[in-house]
Design a protein around this ligand. Structure first.
Ligand code: ADP
Length: 501
């Protein structure tokens, strides 16, 4: 083993003071005979290898070189010793203490006498392990970037302002543009965005510039052939040049197509279910009337029981149908003066008739007329009151409060039931969302009611809010503008007739 007091310095070629200096520097210093035999190493060299000078001298150093680097290193040395050219190579040396290999850059120059003959080689090996690690990390990072750019799933573009500066093959393939088009600067995201998505896209770019990040969003690109491609886009600012941003684009067409098929199915299924259900309902009523006339009261009572199930089915099918229409932007509204006071009384009276478990208490008055769709507004309040009853099985009252100001009217439906956790106050208005709490699992429903309610309220220029605490009940507040003419509303006696049917 290496011993600090070993005679490494005893065989010094340089004078003692130079040797002391060479021992102090962090580099490995060595000298060699013209034929390459090592005849001096500094103390740092011995310390690193944990070896004595005797173990290193001549060709002893070779045993400390990484086996994969030895052949190349020897060849390089041999070449220099034969030609007298300066020697430079990188190799790994084994650290005697840890047993690990570290990278060194070895450089050597020949020392010549006055006749030009080489008398010695003077060499220095510098620790480049950190640099090598940085290079390796950089190489790996570049490899990852290349793999990402070459991905055939994600389209990638780099944009500055409105111009697309760079794009990977996947993006070009998705949009039908060629690399030529890109090089000729023919690609511009404004021209390539469908007009409906332009505002959303500009907003996303502003968001990115302001917050350095953006929420992924859906849009449609206009391809070179004019066709539209639904995509999901996410982006990031490039740190080295904040004027430039990189965007990741996922082809969304398969998902969109599936969604469309699902929508078509829901719309078709609800339509197909509606007609036989109406027939069943009519037949039950007819049979019931006849049975009562013929004095078969017991059988008529049994038949009455099926009416409840048919009504539930009817409600679910209607919700499905309305949900599909909302999704397709085809839910139609009529516009008419609505006496809200009368509407609320009618709804409360109707629900009270079918619910014996709860008393509906109306407070305040709302002597106002607003412009809207009476049937749809009835649907809103009937749904909120029915929910209030359904989700407060242990309570006995439902309260309806009304407040009118000069501009708006607010109707609040309060129950003393199970309540809704704070974090779900927004979620319950999403389509198909139902709270999967054990206590609510047995309650029939599709998670469509509040989605439809919110859509109708929004269409009337109003808003709906919920206040609720688990175990203490919920209050839904619906605020509607008074005498507001809703835009884009159809006056359709056809629709009206169809709905009343
Ligand atoms: P559903 O027809 O399935 O009840 P909704 O859209 O009407 O669907 O309601 C969505 C969810 O919100 C319900 O599943 C229920 O968990 C919750 N919810 C709605 N109203 C109330 C209420 N008054 N109290 C407690 N939870 C409610």
């Amino acid at each position: 083993m290496f011993d600090d007091t070993s005679p490494a310095s005893a065989s010094l070629v340089p004078p003692l003071d130079l040797s002391t200096l060479l021992g102090a520097i962090p580099e490995l210093v060595w000298t060699a005979q013209p034929d390459g035999r090592v005849d001096y190493v500094n103390v740092r060299y011995c310390r690193l290898l944990q070896a004595s000078f005797e173990q290193i001298q001549d060709s002893g150093w070779r045993q400390f070189v990484h086996p994969e680097d030895l052949e190349r290193t020897l060849a390089r040395r041999q070449h220099s010793f034969e030609t007298g050219e300066p020697y430079e190579t990188e190799y790994r040396l084994r650290d005697g203490q840890t047993g690990t290999y570290c990278w060194f850059l070895a450089r050597a120059l020949p020392v010549r006498d006055t006749a030009g003959q080489i008398t010695h080689w003077f060499g220095i090996s510098t620790d480049i392990e950190k640099q090598k690690r940085r290079e390796e990390a950089l190489r790996q990072s570049q490899e990852r970037t290349h793999a990402l750019m070459a991905s055939n799933i994600i389209g990638i573009i780099v944009a500055e302002g409105e111009e697309i500066l760079d794009a990977n093959d996947t993006f070009l393939r998705m949009t039908g543009y060629s690399r030529e088009d890109l090089l000729q600067r023919k690609m511009n995201w404004v021209d390539m965005t469908s007009p409906e998505d332009l505002d959303r896209t500009r907003q996303a770019h502003l968001e990115l510039a302001r917050y350095q990040s953006m929420k992924p969003y859906e849009k449609e690109y206009v391809c070179k052939d004019g066709s539209y491609l639904p995509v999901l886009v996410g982006g990031a600012i490039l740190p080295h040049d904040p004027a430039q941003s990189i965007y990741f684009v996922l082809d969304n067409s398969a998902r969109k197509e599936l969604e469309q098929r699902k929508e078509n199915f829901l719309s078709m299924a609800s339509h197909e279910l509606k007609t036989p259900l109406t027939t069943v309902k009519m037949c039950i009523q007819l049979a019931k009337t006849r049975l009562v006339k013929q004095g078969h009261h017991e059988v008529a009572a049994v038949l009455s029981m099926t009416e409840g199930s048919v009504k539930l089915l009817e409600r679910l099918v209607k919700e499905l149908l309305d949900g599909s229409k909302i999704q397709a932007g085809k839910l139609e509204y009529v516009q008419e003066p609505v006496d809200l006071e009368a509407l609320l009384s009618e709804v409360a009276e109707y629900v009270q008739q079918v619910s014996a478990t709860h008393t509906i208490v109306a407070r305040g008055t709302a002597p106002c007329t607003l412009i809207g769709d009476k049937g749809r507004l009835e649907q809103v309040f009937a749904n909120l009151i029915c929910n209030a009853i359904t989700y407060s099985p242990s309570a006995t009252t439902i309260e309806i409060d009304r407040r009118v100001s000069s501009e708006t009217v607010t109707v609040s439906v309060r129950d003393h039931g199970v309540g809704i956790p704070q974090e779900l106050h927004e979620k319950i208005f999403e389509r198909f969302y139902r709270i999967s709490d054990l206590s609510q699992r047995a309650v029939p429903g599709l998670g469509m009611g509040l989605y439809i309610v919110a859509e109708i309220v929004r269409h009337h220029g109003g808003m709906i809010q919920v206040e609720s605490e688990v175990g203490k009940g919920s209050t839904f507040h619906v605020t509607l503008p008074l005498k507001r003419l809703t835009s884009g509303v159809t006056f359709s006696s056809e629709v009206e007739r169809e709905r009343k049917r």
